[in-house]
Design a protein around this ligand. Structure first.
Ligand code: PPS
Length: 691
């Protein structure tokens, strides 16, 4: 093998690399300055520019102005920017090998430093900067202007979170949304196609209609929900994933009770696109800006303070005394500083909102000894994938400059599956982490279950208490805490900090003063509207909170007059009702909804939207289809049987019977007043109205 075969066009590639770099840094410089910066002649520069333009890496346009020698302007294309990043890595890796070889020649041993892509995994390198996917400010302005001609994809909230961490290096070594080969490797073996550990598919899911518009090799613009362009992506791969397989392999079961599996099947688009991303600007955040740090900002902070060892604590819940105790113990144990690193992107539906949590964290931060601990917010979209999620979290923390990571019991657990059992074993996450620790590059500190020992007035790890029979061990579970908050009961000082409790009470007043939604569902003519009207009057009689009725017919007239009864239209109709109800609930009112709402997945989505702000009381008006047809108050069943109304629920369109509604009301043989009273009793029992 000749040298030129092993290193094809090395010089040329080097020159292309220098050219792309120069165009990124100073796109408006004259050709003479650019040629000088690269160290080549003007003639050579022209040849390189032409070749790069033909390869789609550089865009040539007319430059208006008097200078005849400067007739053209040059700028990086999105593909050129991605190529620049690839060549940067390659260039650094080569220099690295050269250094290694020189080291060996001079000392007789290699330097012991790994190739570039593994370098950031090494603990001793946790403070060096890591690669980001952003181009320079000047190139970003040009790419942004050019992107007006590109097809745009409007990113979902989850994709925005993923993109932010791709661009700022939080998902290093990923350079974009996964290609099909990388996706298959990640799903099957938690490895990218080059063997690098990566447990979570980071994919750009889109609709079939959007995917059909795209040619492979095309650049697309990635925009946030206000239309601001955040990045471009060169689409190298497009495929239809086997979602059931992804669910089984990544989340352990193809069961919609898992929030990420539910998202995969019911929210994510059918097609995945993959390809390198070029970062133009980070997503805008207006809240807690001073507390948001990129991996490189955190690394710089640790460098500045001389924090060589840092243990990270991941959380999606408010911190109480037990957490403070265990995190501080973890830091002491490994003689490290502590980073409280809460997730503020997307967590489990129903979690305490991040605004409240961050105010709580700020209060707890004061309880740590000065300058031992800091807090930074992570805009991650969690998947609740237990063991795989723990490994993923470790990699992300390594990228953020941490050397240690706390993994607890049931880390990132998704709750129960549809058979009522846990998805993962309580220590599966720790086991998988331990197996992969060397590749993660962030050592695990396993979480001790801390309990309060009353006689000694202190927290201790449960498994280290030798005199268990002689002491009183106290603990309050998450469920019990929620109950106490909901019912306005006392939360003892040994459990939490007064500042945290005050904050939680401000956001979560007792249930009897919170907003809530009663959501009736059932066949046409089942009696939903009648019971809903009676309930409304009873609640208005009680007073205290405004009551709004969103009856099926009223909504179809005022909000959804253009919609019919296809699945798509029904879903849209119910999502609109859900949206209005969630706003009412958020603002402390009572929303009573009474649509047919025939599909379980849509009802679940509405439940998730509303439960962010208050209770969702699903009430199945369980009148049988035979009885509804017998009543046929509006004469619609007759028309449906005669085929004059198409897609009629229960006759020619499906109805998913609610599996676990809060209440099921039988109307046959019961009067309206009694049915409405059953709902009132349920509301009382749930603490939503005072008894
Ligand atoms: S959905 O499925 O939840 O969007 O339906 P909804 O908004 O509650 O509207 C149901 C009312 O529309 C009338 N109607 C039909 N219902 C079911 N299927 C078909 N194809 C249909 N066409 C018209 C019917 O009167 C329903 O009223 P209610 O109050 O439920 O009897």
């Amino acid at each position: 093998m000749t040298v030129s075969e092993t290193k094809p066009n090395l010089q040329e590639e080097d020159q292309v690399f220098r050219l792309l770099r120069q165009l990124d840094l100073a796109p408006d410089a004259s050709q003479r300055v650019t040629a000088e910066a690269i160290g080549i002649s003007l003639g050579r520069l022209n040849a390189l520019l032409r070749r790069s333009a033909n390869a789609g890496l550089v865009k040539i346009s007319d430059r208006p102005g008097p200078d005849k020698r400067q007739r053209y302007a040059y700028a990086l294309t999105p593909r050129g920017a991605a190529e620049k990043m690839r060549l940067t890595d390659q260039f650094l890796a080569r220099k690295f090998d050269e250094y290694d070889a020189l080291h060996a020649e001079l000392t007789g041993t290699t330097s012991g430093l790994a190739p570039l892509k593994h370098r950031t995994r090494l603990v001793q390198n946790n403070l060096a900067p890591i690669p980001e996917l952003y181009v320079s400010h000047e190139s970003a302005q040009k790419l942004k202007a050019d992107a007006a001609d590109l097809i745009s994809h409007d990113l979902s909230p989850r994709q925005i979170c993923d993109l932010e961490l791709l661009m700022n290096g939080g998902f290093n070594p990923l350079k974009g949304f996964l290609s099909e080969a990388d996706y298959n490797g990640v799903v099957d073996d938690m490895r990218l196609s080059d063997g690098t550990l990566w447990p979570m598919p980071i994919t750009l899911d889109v609709s079939e209609a959007f995917a059909d518009e795209i040619e492979l090799g095309q650049d697309i613009a990635l925009r946030d929900q206000e239309g601001v362009i955040l990045a471009t992506m060169t689409v190298t791969d497009r495929w239809t994933p086997n979602k059931a397989r992804e669910a089984e392999k990544v989340f352990g079961a193809d069961d919609d009770a898992h929030p990420a599996v539910n998202y995969l099947h019911n929210t994510a688009g059918k097609i995945y696109l993959g390809g390198p991303v070029v970062g133009i600007q980070q997503p805008m955040h207006y809240d807690f800006r001073a507390r948001r740090d990129t991996p490189n900002e955190l690394r710089a902070y640790f460098r500045k303070l001389g924090w060589r060892k840092v243990v990270a604590f991941q959380t999606r819940n408010p911190l109480h005394r037990a957490h403070q105790e265990l995190t501080f113990r973890a830091a002491r144990e490994v003689e490290a500083n502590l980073l409280i690193h809460p997730v503020v992107g997307m967590t489990k539906p129903g979690d305490v909102d991040h605004f409240t949590r961050v105010r709580c964290y700020e209060a707890v931060l004061d309880k740590y000894p000065g300058s031992t601990t800091t807090m930074s917010l992570l805009n991650l979209a969690m998947r609740m994938a237990g063991p795989r999620e723990a490994v993923w979290h470790g990699l992300i923390r390594a990228n953020h400059g941490c050397t240690h990571f706390i993994v607890g019991r049931d880390h990132a657990g998704p709750g129960k599956n549809s058979a009522g059992e846990d998805f993962y074993g309580p220590y599966d996450a720790q086991d998988l982490y331990r197996e992969n620790q060397a590749d993660i590059g962030c050592e695990m500190v396993d979480f001790k279950h801390m309990v309060y020992v009353q006689e000694r007035a202190q927290y201790e790890p449960n498994d280290e208490i030798a005199d268990k029979d002689n002491v009183t061990i106290l603990n309050i579970s998450g469920t019990e805490l929620r109950r106490r908050l909901a019912e306005g009961l006392e939360i003892p000082e040994w459990f939490s900090f007064p500042e945290v409790v005050t904050e939680l009470r401000r956001t979560r007043p007792p249930r009897s003063s919170q907003g809530f939604t009663v959501f009736f569902t059932g066949f046409s003519g089942s009696g939903k509207s009648t019971i809903a009207n009676a309930l409304m009057v009873k609640l208005m009689e009680m007073g205290g909170r405004p009551v709004t009725l969103l009856d099926g017919d009223i909504v179809r007239k005022n909000l959804s007059s253009e919609l019919g009864f296809s699945k798509e239209h029904r879903d849209l109709n119910i999502r609109r009702i859900g949206y209005v109800a969630s706003e009412i609930t958020k603002n402390g009112g009572i929303a009573i909804c009474a649509p047919i709402a025939p599909y379980a997945t849509t009802r679940r989505a509405v439940r998730e939207d509303i439960e962010e702000f208050g209770a969702f009381v699903e009430c199945h008006v369980a009148t049988s289809i035979e009885e509804c047809e017998r009543r046929d108050r509006k004469g619609l069943y007759k028309l449906a049987r005669a085929g004059k109304i198409k897609e009629f629920t229960g006759i020619s369109d499906p109805y998913d019977v609610p599996q676990n509604p809060e209440l099921s009301v039988e109307t046959e043989g019961a009067d309206v007043d009694n049915c409405a009273h059953q709902v009132i009793l349920k509301l009382e029992q749930m603490g939503l109205i005072a008894g």
